[in-house]
Design a protein around this ligand. Sequence first.
Ligand SMILES: *[C@@H]1O[C@H](CO)[C@@H](O)[C@H](O)[C@H]1NC(C)=O
Ligand SMILES: *[C@@H]1O[C@H](CO)[C@@H](O)[C@H](O)[C@H]1NC(C)=O
Ligand SMILES: *[C@@H]1O[C@H](CO)[C@@H](O)[C@H](O)[C@H]1NC(C)=O
Ligand SMILES: *[C@@H]1O[C@H](CO)[C@@H](O)[C@H](O)[C@H]1NC(C)=O
Ligand SMILES: *[C@@H]1O[C@H](CO)[C@@H](O)[C@H](O)[C@H]1NC(C)=O
Ligand SMILES: *[C@@H]1O[C@H](CO)[C@@H](O)[C@H](O)[C@H]1NC(C)=O
Ligand SMILES: *[C@@H]1O[C@H](CO)[C@@H](O)[C@H](O)[C@H]1NC(C)=O
Length: 554
Amino acid sequence: MWGHRFVLTLHILTLTCLSVGKAELCIDDGVEFEIEYASVGEPLYAVCPLYLLFEKSNFNVTWIRNGSQTEFTSDRQERVHQDQKYLKFIPAQLQDSGFYQCILKNSTFCIKKIRRVEVFNQDDGLCYNHSVRFLNEIPIMPSLRIECPDIDIYVNTRNIQVKWFKECQPLNMDSGRYLTLAKDLIIKSLSQQDSGNYTCEVSFMYNGVTYNISRAIEYSILDLPKEIEPVMTFPKNNILDVKLGDSITLTCEVFYNAIIDLYWTYNDTLMAQYTEDDRVIMGTTDKTITEDGIQNFLTLNFTKVLEEDYNKQFYCHIWSSTSTFYVTLRRPDPNFQGFLIAFFVSIFLVIVIAVIAVRIFKVDIVLWYRSSCLANTDCKDGKMYDAYIMYPKDSMGTSSYEMDIFVLKVLPEVLEKQCAYRLFIIGRDDLPGQAMADLIDETISQSRRIIIVLGNLFCEKQGDDFEQKIAMYDALIRNKIKVILIEMEKITDYTDMPESLKYIKQKQGVVQWKGEFTESALSPNTRFWKNIRYQMPPAQRHSDKELHYIHSED
Ligand SMILES: *[C@@H]1O[C@H](CO)[C@@H](O)[C@H](O)[C@H]1NC(C)=O
Ligand SMILES: *[C@@H]1O[C@H](CO)[C@@H](O)[C@H](O)[C@H]1NC(C)=O
Ligand SMILES: *[C@@H]1O[C@H](CO)[C@@H](O)[C@H](O)[C@H]1NC(C)=O
Ligand SMILES: *[C@@H]1O[C@H](CO)[C@@H](O)[C@H](O)[C@H]1NC(C)=O
Ligand SMILES: *[C@@H]1O[C@H](CO)[C@@H](O)[C@H](O)[C@H]1NC(C)=O
Ligand SMILES: *[C@@H]1O[C@H](CO)[C@@H](O)[C@H](O)[C@H]1NC(C)=O
Ligand SMILES: *[C@@H]1O[C@H](CO)[C@@H](O)[C@H](O)[C@H]1NC(C)=O
């Protein structure tokens, strides 16, 4: 029992101390930024700047004039009195301009804030003070709706008669251009002439006395450069290549002289309904403002492109405009690049193979070409022989048996009989007793080619014989006659070979005779004979011509 009473007493003591301490410590919230304006003779309800707090819990409100200790009365008959969150001036007078403290208190808490009140006179000869106007600038539009501002706490705005003035003259309501709707004035067929200072006036009754409340609003109607259409810069019916599973953000971009709303649709329904999940996200409209106008943006984010997104038309729309454009996603041609590469690689390969083939089959190609195209062309150089045959003979004028067979039998058999060439072979075509030097010189100049058959004997002879010198002179110095080298026997040692022959061999190579003296070796279509024929001039047709032999003048 005793203990209980003691605890109770202590509790009361604590509460008392606390509340006293709090009352002295009232939180000072400074001065409210917004000023309450009232024209002389009009009522003013100054609102406690802490009213949001006040509405939350039960506070006792007190108003005092700054610097004074006495709180305002709550007597409604007094010209200035407090009424909960309002300090009412019915009506306001010039001397009311100043600072007022609104103090909120409950048993444990106290806070105060200052409200500034400014009472003004109207400008000379006018029904408003130009410093206390609501200012508006708008472009020309079909109609304008002007609201009589800041009257809601005084009158019931739903059924209210508002009188409207322009430059302090009552509006001609019979003109049909004006319409009043509750606290609003509607001006139809707006033009620049509608710029001006509008005042609205409502009558207000308090304690049986009627007062006027007026507000001034300036409207500047701007004749902006001709109304431009919004311009959509993206999309423009684009087709975008996107890989399956990639993310892509489409950004609708619209250039306009104002901020406008955009939205994306598919099949005439908002993109919000395109997927159940959040796979496709429509962003919020964004903007960048430049000197020329405003670039409005709206993103559409495909976080993961699926098969079903391909080949559909996603439209971006502008509210208030009918012009729309779409964008379509397309699966990129998977191998187009690869296809191109393969194409060029194969062309390159074909060229390489062709070049190689031409090199390998050069001989066959040339021979085929000659046989098909040049078959009937006669050589017009007037030369008598197609080739002059030179072969090694020892100092006694004799050559090896095989060499004789090759030169005197095989060469004429193939080149003369089968290929219709005309050869000059020393030891066959020269007549006994002819002057060798003249004969050789003249015959070589009458030949289109010199065929030199190489054998080991050639190397041993030191190459100082006359025939060879003339031939080399013609071939190399005068460069008139082409030399064909045939290697009869495998020559292992070229050191003794004349320099001129070495040079020719290095320059154009030799054709090697590997054939035995068999039937098949006599076919002009073996590789050996093809190589020879390739180096020979195109074959002539001699059938209708008589063979001419050189006869010594002696
Ligand atoms: C007093 O007001 C403060 C601040 O709103 C609140 O936290 C507190 O609970 C109030 N006290 C009482 C007793 O209502
Ligand atoms: C609030 O006002 C009422 C009546 O005016 C008064 O009884 C009460 O004590 C006041 N409360 C505070 C915390 O000042
Ligand atoms: C108009 O209002 C301003 C601001 O309250 C004031 O300073 C000015 O004196 C007023 N004009 C007249 C003519 O009283
Ligand atoms: C409104 O009135 C002020 C002066 O009171 C004047 O300077 C201004 O031009 C008027 N506004 C219009 C749009 O006529
Ligand atoms: C209210 O304004 C009207 C003109 O709109 C005027 O006739 C009337 O006398 C004014 N009333 C008061 C109380 O000033
Ligand atoms: C588009 O919408 C209509 C009705 O909203 C529906 O009948 C039609 O199947 C849709 N077309 C496609 C391609 O989804
Ligand atoms: C769109 O997706 C990309 C990549 O997933 C992401 O970085 C971006 O923030 C997304 N944008 C919006 C508007 O969701």
